[in-house]
Design a protein around this ligand. Structure first.
Ligand code: AMP
Length: 296
């Protein structure tokens, strides 16, 4: 199984514990998922598709990916740009985020259509998110969606996390319309209920399922924090409870790691309930530690 994740990875500056000092790392929703997939299934070929700069911080990101065995051969390098950055600050125990990503190299990730087509053609599973779509200019978004649609029509498996982030979109109408376009060409949609309810007005996870099934998804897995995961698969609808965690430390990357846990089971012939239980075990570990990337 060859997995290709498409999106943006940023440099992360997180509080080190020593006031005024920060620790640097790398994170980003689609990157986190391929990172966890590699951790869970080193036997699966996992590639990341993005654009980065030609500076030392971009070199460092590439080294980090290479070190954990993510295939970086599709990553394009731009002399005029660098990677995005975000800073986490703790204000009265609450995390607040500041972003510098408006001119990040990843915004150009879909500019080389021929390379994109090749990368997608070499994969069995293509994974992207609403954030991947949000960071692109309309022409680049269309180009990416056209490429993914063709792959889907060709019979590739496409997995999509709507990851609704209104701050990255010009307006919520565009966000909702584009996310539904993304879902149309996806076999597997992995939304988080809280965001979907807020932006689409879904009254319960079943409503989220129906909306994405009507768009054309074969499987919809609705994450819902500590509440059961609702799913649709081959005409069946059911729910799977998640482990109850007494001490939730940091929910960063809960959804990204859940998605990796689920996709890591795709090539095993096991029931949906087991796939979802495995995914929620991964997310349960992740939310009991600080940071997006937790050693499993
Ligand atoms: P979310 O995207 O926030 O709905 O979370 C993704 C997954 O992380 C959920 O389906 C759960 O498996 C896990 N998760 C998130 N928050 C919690 C929590 N408070 N307690 C237990 N599991 C959680």
């Amino acid at each position: 199984m060859r997995f290709l994740s498409i999106g943006e990875c940023m440099a992360e500056l997180a509080p080190s514990g020593d006031p005024g000092h920060f620790r640097m790392g790398f994170a980003g929703d689609t990157f986190n998922t391929v990172w966890y997939l590699r951790a869970l299934r080193p036997d699966i070929h996992g590639a990341y598709y993005t654009a980065i700069g030609m500076d030392t911080i971009s070199d460092k990101l590439l080294e980090e990916m290479d070190a954990i065995g993510i295939d970086t051969s599709w990553i394009s390098r731009r002399p005029d740009r660098t990677i995005g950055l975000y800073l986490i600050e703790l204000l009265n125990g609450e995390r607040s985020f500041s972003y510098w990503r408006n001119s990040s190299a990843a915004k150009c990730l879909a500019d080389e259509k021929a390379a994109l087509i090749k990368a997608v053609a070499a994969a069995d599973i293509i994974y992207f998110s609403g954030i991947t779509l949000a960071i692109l200019e309309p022409y680049a978004r269309d180009s990416l969606l056209d490429t993914i649609r063709e792959a889907h029509e060709f019979g590739k498996t496409v997995a999509f996390d709507p990851n609704l982030r209104p701050g990255l979109w010009p307006d919520t109408k565009t966000m909702k319309k584009t996310v539904m376009r993304g879902a149309e060409m996806s076999n597997i949609v992995l939304p988080s209920f809280e965001d979907e309810a807020f932006h689409f007005g879904d009254i319960d996870p079943a409503a989220t399922i129906e909306r994405y099934v009507s768009a054309g998804a074969d499987r919809v897995i609705v994450k819902n924090g500590p509440h059961p995961v609702a799913f649709f698969h081959q005409g069946n609808r059911d729910t799977v409870p998640v482990s109850q965690i007494a001490n939730v430390v940091d929910t960063t990357a809960a959804g990204d790691s859940f998605n990796a846990g689920y996709l890591a089971e795709l090539d095993r012939d096991i029931p949906q309930q087991e796939m979802i239980a495995a995914a929620s075990r991964v997310a349960a570990k992740v939310i009991q530690s600080h940071g997006a990337l937790v050693q499993l």
